[in-house]
Ligand binder design. Sequence first.
Ligand code: SF4
Length: 62
Amino acid sequence: MALTTAGTAACAKCKFFEAEASAELGLCRYNPPISQPSGDTAGVWPKVEASDWCGHFEPATA
Ligand code: SF4
C-alpha cells in the first residue's frame, strides 16, 4: 500500500525543518534535542535530508 504522503511531503517543505548551509541537510525541530553525551554539552537536534520526510510532516507556511 502506497503512503499518501509519499511524493508530497519533504523535510524541506515542513514547518519543523531548519535548513543548514548545504541546503541538502537541516535540523528537525519537531522534538527536543536528544543524546546529550554529558551534562556539560548541549543536546543534539536530529539532522535530516531535505528530501526525506516522516509522519509528523506539516507544511510550512510562507
Ligand atoms: S523529520 Fe518529519 S517533522 Fe522533522 S522536518 Fe522532516 S517531515 Fe518535518
